[in-house]
Design a protein around this ligand. Structure first.
Ligand SMILES: Cc1cc2nc3c(=O)[nH]c(=O)nc-3n(C[C@H](O)[C@H](O)[C@H](O)COP(=O)(O)OP(=O)(O)OC[C@H]3O[C@@H](n4cnc5c(N)ncnc54)[C@H](O)[C@@H]3O)c2cc1C
Ligand SMILES: *[C@@H]1O[C@H](CO)[C@@H](O)[C@H](O)[C@H]1NC(C)=O
Ligand SMILES: *[C@@H]1O[C@H](CO)[C@@H](O)[C@H](O)[C@H]1NC(C)=O
Length: 511
């Protein structure tokens, strides 16, 4: 072996970084191409965590695998799920090793559709400041790229193949200049297509979302605009078979920003908020769904339930509620009053009003989740505080008596539909409540390129395309109809590492 294998990786999110580190560790020359100015992709936005079999909660491979398969609704590939779960502990161990033990993933929560807590995220730092999990993982891996050639601002336009169908490199564009780069293997780690809502994308082409799930184009998205489906188009042009393209995950809770309620991109109200005890209330102050049901079920309830809050009145009411709440307690860390002031200048559009609910967190849930972490959302103006059930009833413009009955009923744990009650809603009538308006958003695209358990991209015939690999959100098969919270970051590490290893080692063995 005189010259090493060259492996090109398209995309600098978690799947791409995992692949790059592993391909380099296996002796390849590695070139990582990222079209944006900085690496991180959607991975840097992840806030709920990464899953692993969690023995401390009596979790097992079988249980985790079953939860994932059930959530997939018959569409997931059991072989891919099996690999995801059996390699989960190793994946998290690897991340921590990469950080030289500085990455702390010790907080565990139980998210929707999971029968036990197995979603890991970071403890707040020593200064009490929150450490967002996606950011922390990307920062860790960025420091491990010694020896990897990283080119940002470079967009891949085409995957090149020779007449025998073997991948030979890519055609790229950097600052308007096109060039070809040769490689023995190419790994697509370019993410999904949930960032391009609307009918057309910037370049005038039909968005993949409009093509495959036209009913969703008027929703907002939690994704960055970089998630534009390039990887799906590149793979398709290279002969890949697509799978499950119409399976798009709607996250039930994106924050409505009172200062820009119809913004097409929304901050995610992480599922972990509900895991720690946030509830959802309709316009009349009633619960309408098991807050910890699967995402598809919770989103469906948003669309089907008739009594949405009418948010116009909410801002003026929230102003006085916030002021009352600040008088009520010194615990307030940020400027709820500023929030309400900026909010009162805005109006709601029909889009953002179509499926809205209140997200209500009792003080205990706020403390369990981490008040410091929530402070970020408070500063953004997403939360308003209400003092006691009286303040909450006033804020929601519902009768205090009916509200107390609703909360009391929850606290009696008698709801047959609900099995998990993270904390009491009304331990007393004068606790503090944090309230936000939330709405469903496009969040994750389950479909994409068909792969096998070696991360090789498959043609319609089922044959691998020689030299082409895919990992992360660009690939299909792991999640089926509905992705479980925390399974995507895990998929990026498990399949990214596999792709890197296979790409670096298989070329020579083929010859
Ligand atoms: C707000 C939010 C919160 C989330 N929270 C969680 C969570 O807590 N847990 C979890 O498991 N999942 C979570 N997810 C999902 C998860 O973050 C993503 O699915 C995952 O990070 C995708 O990683 P990736 O490496 O496949 O793609 P990305 O991280 O999106 O990276 C892909 C990169 O490829 C680049 N690229 C695309 N096309 C090209 C091209 N032609 N040439 C060059 N570069 C290109 C993009 O610019 C991008 O930087 C969340 C998603 C969002 C949006
Ligand atoms: C795990 O199982 C043991 C034995 O059944 C039980 O005592 C313990 O409480 C369980 N732990 C958790 C976290 O569920
Ligand atoms: C395609 O590339 C492979 C690997 O370099 C080589 O063995 C094969 O002969 C090439 N085919 C053609 C038609 O050039």
């Amino acid at each position: 072996m005189s010259t090493p294998n060259t492996v090109i990786i398209i995309g600098g999110g978690l799947a791409g970084l995992s692949a790059a580190i592993e391909a380099h560790a296996n002796g390849a020359r590695v070139i990582l191409l990222e079209k944006e100015a900085r690496i991180g992709g959607n991975s840097i936005k992840a806030s709920s965590g990464i899953n692993t079999v969690e023995p401390l909660n009596n979790d097992t491979v079988e249980l985790f695998e079953e939860d994932s398969i059930i959530s997939g609704g018959g569409l997931s590939d059991p072989t891919l799920v099996h690999k995801l779960v059996t390699e989960s502990q190793d994946a998290v161990k690897w991340l921590i090793e990469q950080s030289k033990d500085s990455l702390d993933l010790s907080l565990v929560s139980r998210c929707g559709g999971h029968r036990v807590g197995r979603t890991h995220r970071c403890k707040p730092g020593e200064n009490g400041r929150p450490v967002p999990v996606g950011w922390a993982i990307i920062e860790t891996l960025k420091k491990r790229l010694d020896g990897v050639e990283v080119k940002t601002g470079t967009r891949v336009l085409e995957i090149l193949k020779n007449a025998s169908g073997r991948v030979t490199g890519v055609r790229v564009i950097t600052d308007g200049e096109e060039e070809e780069i040769d490689a023995e293997a190419v790994i697509l780690a370019s993410g999904g297509f949930g960032g391009q809502t609307g009918e057309l994308q910037g370049d005038g082409k039909e968005s993949l979302l409009h093509h495959y799930a036209p009913q969703l184009v008027n929703l907002a998205t939690t994704n960055g605009p970089w998630a534009n489906g390039d990887g799906v188009r590149l793979g398709l042009a290279a002969g890949a078979k697509l799978k499950d393209m119409d399976q798009v995950q709607i996250h039930p809770t994106g924050f409505i920003d009172p200062s820009n309620p119809s913004a097409p991109t929304k901050f995610l109200a992480p599922e972990a908020l509900r895991a720690y005890g946030a509830i959802l209330l309709d316009g009349e102050g009633h619960r309408f769904v098991d807050e910890l049901g699967r995402r598809d079920e919770v989103s469906k309830a948003f669309f089907e339930h008739p009594n949405h809050p009418t948010p116009e009145g909410w801002m003026s009411k929230s102003l006085s509620a916030a002021t009352d709440a600040d008088k009520h307690t010194s615990a307030s860390t940020a400027t709820a009053t500023d929030t309400a002031t900026s909010a009162s200048t805005s109006t709601y559009t029909s889009d953002s009003r179509s499926a809205v609910a209140y997200l209500v967190m009792p003080q205990q849930a706020v403390e369990n989740f981490g008040e410091g972490t929530l402070g970020f959302y408070l500063q953004k103006g997403f939360f308003v505080k209400a003092a006691g059930t009286a303040g909450l009833a006033k804020l929601l413009a519902v009768s205090q008596e009916a509200l107390e009955e609703e909360l009391g009923q929850y606290d009696s744990h008698q709801d047959p539909e609900k099995t998990v009650f993270p904390c009491d809603l009304m331990p007393s009538k004068d606790i503090l409540y944090w309230v936000a308006l939330v709405t469903p958003c496009v969040h994750y695209t389950m479909g994409g390129l068909t792969i096998d358990s070696e991360a090789r991209v498959l043609e319609s015939s089922g044959k691998p395309i020689t030299g082409l690999y895919a990992a992360g959100e660009v690939a299909a098969g792991v999640h089926g109809k509905n992705r479980l919270a925390g399974n995507s970051l895990l998929e990026c590490v498990v399949y990214g590492r596999t792709a890197g290893r296979t790409a670096a080692t298989s070329y020579l063995s083929l010859d």
